[in-house]
Ligand binder design. Structure first.
Ligand code: SF4
Length: 487
């Protein structure tokens, strides 16, 4: 079994990373802490803050949740007027302290701090090139390659050095980059991941999701555009384009809308909660059924269940209650604990479902093991009929752009037909939202990546390394087989 399968038995794709940056705020550590706290859903393996005062930078980084790593005792040391923070889930590199960001390095022209969300598909070859010429890497993440590009004299001595370095990178990225007196925010030309700019009094704020702006009291200004590099310094805000700027066809991650982003965020110009309600309404049109109640899998299926209920007229009820205090299953050391942990996360209310025909709405199915167990529990509790409705199409292909899905064979949507999945789950019926239905809330339907559903990859991932391959100490890196299609 692959390492990441052992680590992550839960039936959901894993979050990736969250970014939060500030320029022009006196002692910004508490604000960055609040921003990261509201982005905690994007990564729980590690957190870090670095703050600058124009001369020095100071940092706190560690493994664990934001509240474990950053506490009020550290804030007085984090003095300054600009800073960046990062919450991490590892999509490349293992869970170890060296891989926690922001990455901080001292180059020939001073300190550079880098925080990254996404996955770079050409990090392996670039890293090998630098290692062959004697460069030393401190982490096993793809993100560190940007630091080497920035330090490379070929870029260092030229105007628009950061934009030129970024133009070498392929794949998905949002970067926050900080020097001792300047904050920079960049988004890849296809716009895979969200990044928004806000204003907090006279200070500038940048965050992976708008929920973090709201929760720090900042007002949304605009998104960092695909292919844009924005500078914040004492002269204010200015921006340049990276390479040729935005790609003719964007590839914004539609899975942000399905599952990852918080419902109180506005992502790619769309309110996430409202989009999920629309997914549910459309699901009810595509897969109607006679039933007594609609129940969500909380919290991820809640908005779609509301939409399904509204459109079908079937009342919404809560058959499952979520325990928010159960620890993350993947940190439990024993397999038995993990299985129990999954079950403990949701409590079933037998009196609600007994003797009832229920429509169960969830956002997605990855391996199917957790969904199957939930159907079993509903049967044991006496549900008369169980109709599963999923607010996206079957996930059939891995993601190479920053989401930790398992391999195609491990994805139940990649290995089985819908009827075979229904049989495996033990449900009376199963309906997945169509691709067309999932895209229906968006005017520019071509501006999205949907490769995990279609297998059409907007950036060729051929040759991309697996999650742990930068750990290898031998010079020969292992590359994934060239099986991916390019759209
Ligand atoms: S493959 Fe799926 S999860 Fe990955 S970026 Fe594309 S839509 Fe998002």
């Amino acid at each position: 079994m692959a390492k990441h399968m052992e680590d992550h038995p839960e039936d959901h794709p894993k979050e990736f990373c969250g970014l939060f940056g500030v320029y022009g705020l006196k002692n910004p550590a508490a604000t960055i802490y609040r921003g990261l706290f509201s982005l905690q859903h994007r990564g729980q393996e590690g957190a870090g803050i670095v703050v600058g005062d124009g001369t020095d930078v100071r940092s706190v980084r560690g493994l664990g949740l934001v509240s474990d790593v950053l506490n009020k005792q550290s804030w007085p040391q984090l003095t300054g007027h600009l800073g960046i923070g990062h919450v991490r889930y590892s999509t490349t590199g293992s869970t170890r302290i060296q891989n926690v960001q922001p990455i901080i390095v001292e180059c020939a022209d001073g300190v550079w701090c880098v925080a990254h969300n996404g996955n770079l598909v050409n990090a392996g070859p670039l890293r090998r090139m630098y290692q062959d010429s004697g460069a030393i890497f401190q982490t096993s993440t793809d993100s560190e390659i940007l630091v080497h590009l920035l330090a490379d004299p070929m870029y260092r001595r030229r105007p628009q050095r950061v934009a030129r370095a970024l133009a070498e990178l392929k794949g998905a990225y949002c970067f926050l980059i900080m020097t001792k007196d300047c904050l920079m925010a960049a988004r890849d030309p296809l716009g895979f991941r969200p990044l928004s700019i806000g204003k907090l009094g006279s200070a500038w704020v940048v965050a992976s999701e708008t929920c973090a702006l709201q929760q720090t009291g900042a007002t949304y200004v605009r998104d960092v555009e695909p292919g844009e590099l924005v500078y914040f310094d004492e002269t204010g805000m200015r921006s340049v384009m990276v390479g040729e700027g935005p790609a003719p066809k964007l590839a914004q991650c539609v899975f942000e809308m399905v599952y990852f982003a918080r419902p109180d965020s506005t992502v790619f110009g769309h309110g996430v909660h409202a989009v999920r309600v629309k997914f549910g309404e459309r699901l009810a049109e595509e897969f109607p059924v006679e039933a007594d109640m609609v129940i969500p899998i909380p919290d991820s299926g809640s908005a779609a269940a509301l939409g399904y209920s509204r459109r079908s007229g079937i009342p919404l009820d809560y058959g499952f209650i979520r325990n928010h205090y159960v620890g993350r299953t993947f940190i439990m050391p024993l397999q038995e604990d993990r299985v129990e942990g999954v079950d403990m996360k949701l409590t079933l209310l037998p009196e609600v479902v007994r003797g009832k025909r229920v429509v169960v709405v969830d956002d997605s199915i990855v391996r199917g093991t957790t969904a199957r167990r939930r159907v079993e529990r509903l049967r044991e509790a006496g549900a008369k009929e169980i109709h599963m409705r999923i607010s996206c199409p079957p996930i059939a292909h891995p993601c190479f752009y920053g989401i930790d899905f398992p391999t195609k064979d491990e994805l139940i949507g990649g290995a089985r037909t819908v009827e075979a999945i229904r049989e495996y789950l033990g449900a009376d019926s199963l309906g997945y939202l169509s691709l067309e239905g999932m895209m229906s809330p968006f005017k520019d339907q071509k501006g999205f990546c949907s490769a995990c559903f279609t297998g059409k990859y907007p950036v060729d991932p051929t040759g991309m390394m697996g999650k742990h391959e930068l750990e290898m100490t031998t010079p020969e890196l292992q590359f994934l087989p060239p099986t991916a299609k390019v759209d």
